[in-house]
Design a protein around this ligand. Structure first.
Ligand code: ZN
Length: 273
């Protein structure tokens, strides 16, 4: 097992947030990443406290971002929404807010990218005042049309550099989005050296993949060299959590206790128990 394992609640989506807390804690998991939907029935403050009471560390909150928009008024509204997400991260005790940065097909990629950098820059002071790191998650290029115009670790590193390696900007590296990149290990080392590596997400790439969004594999079910990437990350000095983040209609349809057990068994195989 990785030394510090965390689960994104979306991985076991059929469970309520309180069921996630209960089951993760009993299974010996050390951390939990909430999704903002989790706050529909319980406040961020109460849910964060419930997690800590059960012995779990709140590792992150997903997601903020979605910065590109054609008018200034719309972009201002998006900034307000991100301020709200930053507040929720602070209230539940999450040190990072994961950013899915956004993209639109009715404007150029260059324009999307400019608005992403401007949007993050506008949020930095508020994030710093709340003690939250905005973790830019590069998404696989198949999502460059509508989900994110940040598609490589290299470009995420570039944004951190443009923003002066601000204390409240960082990167969430997700193997599902980045495993194919020949520069991945080098760019991970660069991010860690610069102090910008904030979060590490794992799942697996099934081949064939039947759904662009909801057919991720559990770690060990696909072709991503998870151990090699993890080894580079620990050898470079990152001491944070390894977060399991799986969106899968297939696994959501199964008994979630079995899925959780399979994650633990697979991680023990990948990392050695
Ligand atoms: Zn992720």
């Amino acid at each position: 097992m990785p030394p510090r394992l965390s689960l994104h609640t979306i991985t076991t989506k059929p469970w309520s947030p309180h069921q996630c807390i209960d089951h993760y804690s009993k299974a010996g998991i050390s951390g939990i990443t909430f999704w903002r939907e989790d706050f529909e029935s319980t406040s961020p403050k109460d849910l964060g406290q419930a997690a800590r009471d059960a012995g779990l560390e709140v590792t992150s909150l997903a997601c903020g971002g979605n910065f590109p928009a054609p008018t200034e008024a719309e972009r201002d509204k998006i900034i307000d929404e991100n301020f709200h997400a930053i507040d929720q991260a602070a209230e539940c005790g999450a040190p990072t807010l994961v950013l899915v940065c956004g993209s639109r097909t009715d404007q150029s990629l260059a324009m999307n990218r400019g608005q992403i950098i401007d949007g993050i820059a506008e949020c930095l002071d508020h994030a710093a005042s709340m003690g939250v790191i905005l973790a830019i998650e590069p998404l696989h290029p198949i999502y460059a049309d509508t989900r994110s115009a940040v598609n490589t670790m290299r470009y995420a590193n570039h944004i951190c550099e443009v923003l002066g390696h601000h204390e409240s900007v960082g990167i969430a590296c997700d193997v599902h989005h980045t495993w194919w990149d020949p520069d991945l290990l080098k760019e991970i080392e660069t991010a860690i050296r610069a102090g910008d590596f904030a979060s590490f997400h794992i799942s697996d790439w099934k081949s064939p993949t039947t759904d662009r969004l909801h057919d991720r594999g559990l770690p060990g079910e696909g072709c991503i060299p998870i151990k090699e990437i993890s080894d580079t990350i620990s050898a470079s000095g990152f001491k944070g959590f390894t977060e399991i983040e799986v969106f899968s209609e297939h696994h959501w349809a199964r008994p979630q206790e079995e899925v959780l057990q399979e994650i633990i068994t697979n991680c023990a195989k990948i990392y050695g128990s």
